[in-house]
Design a protein around this ligand. Structure first.
Ligand SMILES: [Ca+2]
Length: 220
């Protein structure tokens, strides 16, 4: 029985390549967001805080807070826990600079629930931002929230390939064009993606091995 050694090497390389790709796309990590579900502080049913949100910055200052809606406000309940964030004036921004920084070849996925309890209001905008002297919006989503319940807003993912943004702190901004907008359960994930240069190198290696195998076969 003839041993096809280059064939075996090629097979092993393909397995290694597949493992690399699978491992590369499986390393999703959850980026820590302080008070991500607005459950701080604990509030009685129907109660609210005014003027600040723990872990978050309000701009202009004082234009929002945390609220524990009653079942009459949201018959379907809130997306996570008991509380949501709210704004009570137009053109308010709720923001947080996370401890994560823009990392090369990381794909960032931001999800936030947005709702409105009674009457149609203005639009929301959710932004993933590279924080700096001049903030750079990396990804954003804009829309009108549903009335009486919450919708999950999936901001288009952003993959970091711009060296100008590397190392900048990642900031989340929840903007409201009107009052009565509510936000909950802010989630940000980072996933490694295979480096194009590494994949190119790997591809070149496989082509080389293929040619080697062809040469080997011709010799026999
Ligand atoms: Ca919550």
């Amino acid at each position: 029985m003839k041993k096809n050694i280059p064939g075996v090497i090629l097979g092993l390389c393909l397995i290694a390549a597949l493992t690399f790709v699978v491992a590369g796309t499986a390393l999703a990590t959850s980026i820590t967001i302080d008070n991500y579900s607005f459950e701080t502080p604990t509030l009685a049913d129907g109660a609210a805080t005014t003027g600040s949100i723990s872990g978050w910055t309000l701009s202009p200052s004082g234009g929002g807070g945390v609220w524990n809606p009653t079942i009459a406000d949201y018959p379907g309940g809130v997306p996570d826990g008991s509380n949501v964030a709210y704004v009570f004036q137009a053109a308010e921004t709720i923001s947080q600079i996370t401890s994560a920084t823009v990392t090369p070849n990381y794909k960032y996925s931001l999800q936030v629930y947005v709702g409105n309890d009674k009457i149609p209001v203005g639009d929301y905008t959710i932004q993933l931002v590279a924080h700096g002297a001049t903030d750079v919006v990396l990804a954003s989503a804009t829309g009108t929230p549903p009335t009486g319940y919450f919708d999950l807003v999936d901001v288009p993912s952003y993959t970091a390939t711009d060296p100008d943004q590397y190392g900048k702190p990642i900031e989340i901004k929840l903007l409201s064009s009107s009052w009565r907008l509510h936000f909950d359960d802010v989630q940000l994930d980072g996933t490694t993606v295979p480096l194009p240069s590494t994949m190119l190198l790997l591809g070149s290696g496989l082509v080389g091995l293929g040619l080697l195998r062809r040469k080997w076969n011709l010799k026999k």
